[in-house]
Write a protein that binds this ligand. Structure first.
Ligand code: SF4
Length: 363
């Protein structure tokens, strides 16, 4: 898998910035000035960092070094306040990042731009790869295949670019991050985890406000459980048994439900933490009452909740959205068996920003 090249300061941790300062004959504290400017202050250009001597800035720029924030190529605004961003990286590759405000301003519903500061809570959905190799049959991103991994800087850069565009003040406003955009984060594990550390130590997000979703890369779930600082875990389950799961998620051939559920049962949860199982309901495929009962048996023994998502339709996807009453019935069967289950409201369906719809659609 090709890696992205390191073309900016964004993505460097404090040790790497110290080495850089040293290389340019600068004292150690320059690394801290750079770190503060890049992460908590979210500066987009070296010229904006007033604490640095101009000579140092010129020396960096003469070698083509910049901060390296992705550029916003396009914004698609949904009637529900969701914004889908098409962001361009330094090599011209584009990924999608989605801003989902909730609250008064987030649900404008009349096609007008949601009030920038009316929202009470917001979530940023970030991508971890350009495209995706996992090939879930209900997902538009899968149609792209995978082009390359994103670097930690490109993952953090999505967050900072969107926060800057929305004028977010993290001291006052509550923002969550979900690693659920394009790509499988656990197939880009090193850069994904580095981005988590930079978001926590640098940008200022508590790890408890982040959730990563995996399609079930079992060895990485085990590694992830051992991380001292980590987001919450979501597993994209989507099926009640191996036959259905293999049909809609070919990754199940490699790590089947027995292996996946064993990893889930053994995952070291913190106090009051739960694993989220995501379950995309496909009409007539995995949405039957008998299948809800199978899911109950499958997740037994895991402290968890289930998020039900009625399929977000798209061209080239050979499945249909189930009727709302089937979704409700499925939810009721889980809840009656003592499993917290929630029906997720689709966000930004009209602009192809909803779950499984990210494929750089530009029309
Ligand atoms: S659902 Fe996630 S893991 Fe599956 S193909 Fe789409 S982006 Fe990849």
């Amino acid at each position: 898998m090709p890696e992205s090249r390191q073309n900016g300061l964004l993505g460097l941790d404090i040790q790497e910035l110290s080495q850089l300062a040293l290389r340019y004959g600068q004292p150690e504290y320059r690394a801290h000035q750079l770190f503060d400017a890049i992460y908590p202050q979210r500066q987009g250009s070296l010229d904006a960092i007033s604490t640095l001597p101009r000579q140092f800035v010129s020396a960096l720029k003469s070698e083509g070094v910049e901060i390296g924030l992705p550029t916003i190529e396009k914004r698609f605004q949904s009637t529900d306040g969701t914004i889908r961003y098409l962001l361009a990286m330094a090599d011209g590759e584009t990924v999608e990042t989605v801003w989902m405000p909730e609250g008064d301003g987030g649900e404008a519903g009349d096609g007008s731009e949601a009030g920038d500061n009316d929202w009470q809570r917001a979530t940023i959905c970030v991508s971890s790869q350009v495209g995706c190799a996992v090939n879930c049959q209900f997902c538009l991103t899968a149609l792209l295949g995978v082009k390359r991994n994103l670097s930690a800087g490109e993952i953090v850069g999505q967050v900072t670019a969107v926060l800057n565009d929305r004028n977010v003040d993290l001291e006052r406003q509550r923002v969550n991050i979900v690693f659920m955009g394009m790509g499988e984060p656990f197939l880009n594990y090193g850069q994904f985890m580095k981005s988590v550390r930079l978001l926590v130590e640098g940008v200022g997000f508590p790890a408890s406000r982040m959730t990563v979703s995996t399609s079930g890369i079992v060895p990485r779930i085990v590694d992830f459980g051992g991380e001292p600082v980590r987001p919450k875990l979501a597993i994209s389950l989507n099926a009640p048994n191996d036959a259905v799961r293999t049909q809609i998620m070919p990754i199940n051939r490699k790590w089947n439900l027995e292996l996946l559920m064993q990893a889930a049962r053994e995952f070291p949860l913190r106090n009051r933490e739960r694993i989220t199982f995501e379950y995309v309901l496909l009409n007539g495929v995995n949405d039957q009452p008998s299948q809800a009962r199978e899911v109950v048996e499958l997740v037994r023994g895991v402290r968890c909740k289930v998020n039900l998502i009625a399929l977000n339709p798209g061209p080239g996807i050979g499945f249909a959205t189930p009727a709302e009453e089937n979704v409700r019935k499925f939810q009721t069967l889980l809840v009656e068996a003592g499993i917290p289950a929630f029906v997720r409201k689709p966000r930004g369906r009209d602009i192809y920003a909803a779950c499984g719809q990210l494929k750089r659609t530009v029309a």
